[in-house]
Design a protein around this ligand. Structure first.
Ligand code: NAD
Length: 250
């Protein structure tokens, strides 16, 4: 067991975030579940609590809220600390797409994606880094994307946000290393989630042709990389982007 260390996973009601929260739960971490839809957060929280003996159910809490609002960020972090104690790890997983070719992309399409995928990460990380610096330890893991490294037509806003997140990861890794806080990114390729279920058959077939391992990944396989970076074994790894992409970028 990982000694009941506390982790906050943003956007953990479904998909990759839920898989990450589930793995942390099964390894004995205390986990705060976040998402912008309160009922979904409660539902995910309950389903994870059911994996534990009744006396440990309080180790999993709901920390709902839209993280693009600074007031919500303060509230979420306050609630997590109050209920689960000091934070060991932050997983910045919440993210969204709003795909369009550049010439059809509105300012709103651009702003919404950058606001969640990058600005909210800045807000939450700034708040939590302050606490981690005081503690003298911590792990920050950002969920980026392979397209932040190799680009993707029709996703200029999303790709800019994920490339920005990888840059943010490296800058922060340098800033926080003297305080024994590591900062890394996990960059998934194409994962079997709602986000990729939106793709047409033709898009999926094209995609599979370009992936050396010839399949999408399961959310669990991304979660495994996150759990490794959060573990004691990864203490000497910082400022990296770990690709979980079936060989798509190499
Ligand atoms: P998803 O769409 O299935 O889930 C998104 C989660 O984010 C939900 O829990 C939702 O409640 C939460 N969320 C959305 N807006 C929010 C807000 N304003 N405040 C708080 N929470 C909010 O996502 P997914 O497909 O599991 O992707 C998770 C992460 O992985 C994202 O950052 C995504 O960019 C990245 N990613 C996904 C894939 C993929 O193939 N699915 C590939 C590469 C990277």
């Amino acid at each position: 067991m990982e000694n009941e260390k506390t982790v906050l996973v943003t956007g953990s009601t479904q998909g990759i975030g839920y898989a990450i929260a589930k793995k942390f739960t099964l390894l004995g971490y205390k986990v705060a579940i976040n998402g912008h839809i309160h009922e979904e957060v409660e539902k995910a929280c309950k389903s994870l609590q059911q994996l534990l003996p009744a006396e440990q159910a309080n180790n999993i809490i709901a920390a709902p809220g839209d993280i693009t609002s600074p007031a919500n960020v303060d509230e979420i972090v306050g609630a997590v600390q109050e209920k689960l104690g000091s934070l060991y790890a932050l997983v910045n997983n919440a993210g969204m797409t709003q795909d369009k070719l550049l010439l059809r992309m509105s300012e709103d399409d651009w702003d919404r994606v950058l606001n969640l995928n990058l600005r909210a990460v800045f807000l939450l990380t700034r708040k939590i880094a302050r606490l981690m610096i005081r503690q003298g330890y911590g792990r920050i893991i950002n969920i980026a994307s392979v397209v932040g490294e190799i680009g993707n037509a029709g996703q200029a806003n999303y790709v800019a946000s994920k490339a920005g997140l990888i840059g943010f990861t490296k800058a922060l890794a340098r800033e926080l290393a003297p305080k024994s806080i590591t900062v890394n990114a996990v960059s998934p390729g194409f994962i079997n989630t709602e986000m990729t279920q939106k793709l047409s058959e033709a898009q999926k077939n094209n995609l599979l042709a370009s992936i050396p391992l010839k399949r999408l990944a399961e959310p669990n396989e991304v979660a495994a990389a996150v759990l490794f970076l959060a573990s004691e074994d990864a203490a000497y790894i910082t400022g990296q982007s770990l690709g979980v992409n079936g060989g798509l970028s190499m």
